[in-house]
Design a protein around this ligand. Structure first.
Ligand code: FAD
Length: 392
């Protein structure tokens, strides 16, 4: 399949990819254009997730590229970033589904699981045989989850008993397993558990009424004496520091998805500007509309440079928490500006789903807040540059 460079990748960062990576990206792009782009606005409107994308995404490698156990070929973190960007460029909800399945759920097992746990669960998640979710946030603990978790884990012989509640958990209305993070009552440390969702005492209830990422199914979870064997405790998750290792990786991917969300809105605005006629000429030939589009492209190009570099640092083993935190904070802030300028360029039609910009405009709000708000990521970087933690 021929790889067509994106015009919105103004400085040709895609040229960093190998031929094999370009080929895989081209296949994903073609499928997203033919099978996903036409249906997503309807699913967004109905607040339903298009379940028919789960298996094809597996076949295209979306849940397997990252993992030693399943990757079809050697690939770079920059390539995997472009995959996240490509998904979000067409639909941030589908990108978020993949971010949870591949990044948060499989990533927890990859980073914190034993070799046996990795061998058992990663292939099932990578093939789409099962869907995963990641339960960290709680009704009373969002930004302060490093110290504020109320969900408890109590050891009982060879088992653990989990009690508590979770909020906002993506994919959780239909996930087969959810990685639950809970405080061990014995040592007070945060530990991770692979919880099959048919375990007695586990209930997930869809959160209704969202105005952002409507197609993503977020749930409130209740854990009422949920019993899981020791074999389902993530063997290398011994404190929140281990949870943070997962978040470092996924935050960088959210930064890529933020660039994709900005690109999606920008491309819809460029198209509209070339078609819509006012004062006898296309609006794209008015200077002020060109100004909006150029400001969008400037944000996208700067953000892309940042995420490419942060992914290169991951491949070199140089990426630290503050690196991915800065990328997440910066690119989501630029995304928010960009989708607003793109929406402005489309006028009234900028708030109608049919013209695409509205969906990106609304979805940007969730990306801005999840996986660490701008404030939390700022404080992570602030701690790194001053040596002083200013969280409380
Ligand atoms: P709060 O922590 O209550 O923060 C509210 C505001 O106060 C924010 O602006 C915050 O930055 C600010 N704030 C808090 N503390 C400070 C401070 N010390 N200094 C300055 N400002 C501060 N979680 C999961 O575990 N799994 C998921 O799959 C998942 N998916 C999500 C999907 C969506 C669509 C959304 C919206 C959220 C999801 N989350 C998920 C939860 C998400 O990570 C949290 O919403 C996020 O961490 C913020 O927590 P909060 O919403 O409780 O806000």
């Amino acid at each position: 399949m021929t790889f067509e460079p994106l015009a919105s990748d103004f400085y040709s960062y895609e040229s960093l990819l190998s031929d094999q990576e370009k080929e895989a990206l081209a296949r994903l792009r073609a499928w997203l254009d033919s099978d996903v782009r036409p249906i997503v606005a309807g699913y967004w409107d109905r607040a339903e997730f298009p379940m028919q994308v789960v298996k094809p995404l597996a076949e295209l490698g979306a849940y397997s590229f990252s993992w030693e156990e399943t990757r079809p070929f050697e690939n770079s973190a920059v390539f995997r970033g472009f995959v996240a960007m490509e998904l979000a460029r067409v639909d941030p909800s589908v990108a978020t589904f993949v971010g949870v399945q591949n990044g948060l759920a499989t990533g927890s097992i990859s980073v914190c699981g034993s070799p046996e746990q990795r061998a058992e669960w990663i292939p099932k998640l990578a093939s789409g045989e099962i869907v995963g979710a990641f339960g960290l946030t709680e009704p009373l603990s969002g930004s302060d989850s490093a110290q504020g978790l109320r969900t408890t884990a109590t050891r009982d012989g060879d088992s653990w008993v989990l009690n508590g509640s979770k909020r906002w958990i993506g994919n959780a209305t239909f996930s087969d397993i959810t990685v639950i993070w809970a405080k061990d009552v014995e040592d007070g440390q945060v530990k991770g558990f692979i919880v099959p969702t048919d375990t007695p005492g586990y209930t997930a209830t869809k959160i209704e009424g969202k105005v952002s990422l409507r197609a993503v199914q977020n749930a409130d979870i209740t854990l009422d004496h949920v019993v899981v064997p020791e074999s389902l405790r993530l063997q290398n998750a011994n404190s929140f520091r281990d949870t943070a290792k997962v978040l470092r990786l996924t935050r960088a991917e959210v930064a890529w998805a933020a660039v994709g969300t900005a690109v999606g809105a920008y491309e819809a605005a460029v198209k509209y500007a070339g078609e819509r006629v006012q004062f006898g000429r296309t609006i794209g030939s008015h200077q002020l509309i060109q100004d909006l589009l150029v400001k969008c492209l400037g944000n996208i190009t700067a953000s892309l440079g940042m995420v490419v570099r942060v992914s290169e640092m991951l491949d070199r083993g140089e990426q630290r928490d503050e690196h991915s935190a800065l990328a997440k904070a910066y690119t989501t802030a630029r995304m928010r500006e960009t989708v607003a300028w793109a929406r402005e360029a489309v006028g009234g039609n900028g708030i109608v789903l049919e013209y695409d910009v509205a969906r990106f405009f609304a979805d940007a709000e969730a990306l801005y807040s999840y996986e660490g708000t701008r404030e939390m990521n700022t404080l992570i970087v602030g701690r790194a540059i001053t040596g002083t933690a200013a969280f409380v």
